[in-house]
Write a protein that binds this ligand. Structure first.
Ligand SMILES: NC(=O)c1ccc[n+]([C@@H]2O[C@H](COP(=O)([O-])OP(=O)(O)OC[C@H]3O[C@@H](n4cnc5c(N)ncnc54)[C@H](O)[C@@H]3O)[C@@H](O)[C@H]2O)c1
Length: 343
């Protein structure tokens, strides 16, 4: 692409769209053109706040020839259909997690992006943190020796009001799942990014404390292709909740990540880099869904902007974005059938 500026539009003017709008505004080679939302008041006030166009419909937004890229910030059940509409209009796509909520949708999104030769970046902002990249590097370099266990704990608190207010939250059709498909997907993505492919899952899910269709609690046992075993504990129903904790343990060392802070680094022959000592924050979204800054979205959208300008694949593309969804869908299948599911 022989262009110096990438022009963005946003679909959906709710909570997360502000992170996208502010991130785009911070990127030198990016320009924020406009927004749309099914709710007229929402699109108008958001457009006014950022001084951009308010398109009346999704079709009007994706038809704008000036626009290069669309950020999809709607309820999760609309991600795939809107991504396909954007791709068919020849627009590149930044889609919030999860990229899609069924296997069929994943395939349709992959096909649409390939057919129209458009790029997709699937939001998983934590991957851009130094804490995650240093942990991955230590594992990839073999610094922890043979990896034995990966232990992921996500004990969150979301009130009944949180589910009731959103309307779409906690429904199969629009959320695609609960504690794992909505909140837990961040931790599951980091876990599989560091550990590599999952071979099989055995799981239980329950709806224990909230009046919702989907699970508010899940436990899964995993087998990774590298031979290690893993455990995922995810819930949105414990008060007051605690920071997401991922522990990667090998026969020569172990690392613990609490949110985006490394709280344990016991690695034979490799010190924790100076700039990570006492850095990062172990407070997170476990009891406040908006308690995170825009730095991750800035890095992800900077990567997408650069990918479009230089013609390369984005760092977290559709092939990466589908992996945590496939693990979560396998967990749901195992919980439903009572059988171990192979991926
Ligand atoms: N990356 C993160 O850390 C993070 C954090 C929060 C939410 N999310 C994801 O972002 C997405 C949105 O979450 P949210 O909390 O902002 O939801 P929200 O309910 O606050 O906002 C969704 C907006 O989409 C609009 N909308 C609904 N249908 C539409 C349509 N057909 N066309 C245009 N607009 C439509 C709604 O009117 C609403 O304004 C979810 O998929 C969620 O998983 C990601």
């Amino acid at each position: 692409m022989n262009k110096k500026t990438v022009k963005y539009g946003i679909i959906g003017c709710g909570v997360i769209s502000d992170w996208h709008a502010r991130a785009i505004s911070e990127i030198e080679n990016a320009e924020f053109l406009g927004v749309t939302d099914v709710v007229e008041a929402a699109r108008k006030s958001f457009a006014e706040k950022y001084g951009v166009k308010a398109y009346d419909t999704v079709d009007a937004l994706v038809a704008d020839p000036e626009l290069d890229t669309v950020c999809i910030c709607t309820p999760s059940g609309l991600h795939a259909p809107l991504a396909i509409r954007a791709a068919n209009a020849g627009k590149h796509i930044v889609v919030e997690k999860p990229m899609a909520i069924t296997e069929t949708e994943i395939k349709d999104v992959l096909d649409a992006c390939e057919k129209r030769n458009v790029k997709m970046s699937v939001v998983s902002q934590l991957r851009f943190t130094r804490a995650v990249s240093e942990t991955k590097k230590a594992v990839d370099d073999g610094a922890l020796g043979k990896i034995v266990i990966a232990d992921l704990s996500m004990k969150y608190f979301r009130s009944q009001e949180y589910y009731d207010k959103g309307g779409w939250r906690g429904t199969w059709k629009m959320d695609g799942g609960g504690a794992l498909m909505n909140q837990g997907i961040h931790g599951i993505d980091i876990m599989q990014y560091i550990m590599g492919p999952v071979k099989s899952v055995s799981a239980f899910t329950r709806t224990l404390a909230r009046k919702i269709e989907v699970e508010d609690t899940a436990v899964a046992i995993l087998e990774f292709e590298n031979g290690a075993l893993g455990k995922i504990v995810g819930t949105t129903s414990v008060y007051p909740g605690s920071a997401r904790r991922l522990e990667i343990c090998g026969d020569r060392g172990m690392i613990t990540l609490e949110e985006n802070k490394i709280t344990c680094w016991e690695v034979e022959g490799r010190d924790l880099p100076e700039d990570l000592k006492d850095k990062g924050s172990s407070s997170g979204t476990h009891n406040d869904p908006t308690s995170f800054d825009i730095s991750g979205h800035v890095m992800q959208l900077t990567d997408m902007t650069d990918a479009i300008i230089s013609g390369r694949m984005p760092a977290i593309n559709q092939f990466d974005g589908k992996k945590p969804v496939e693990i979560i869908l396998a967990i749901y299948e195992s919980a439903e059938t009572g059988k171990t599911v192979m991926l």
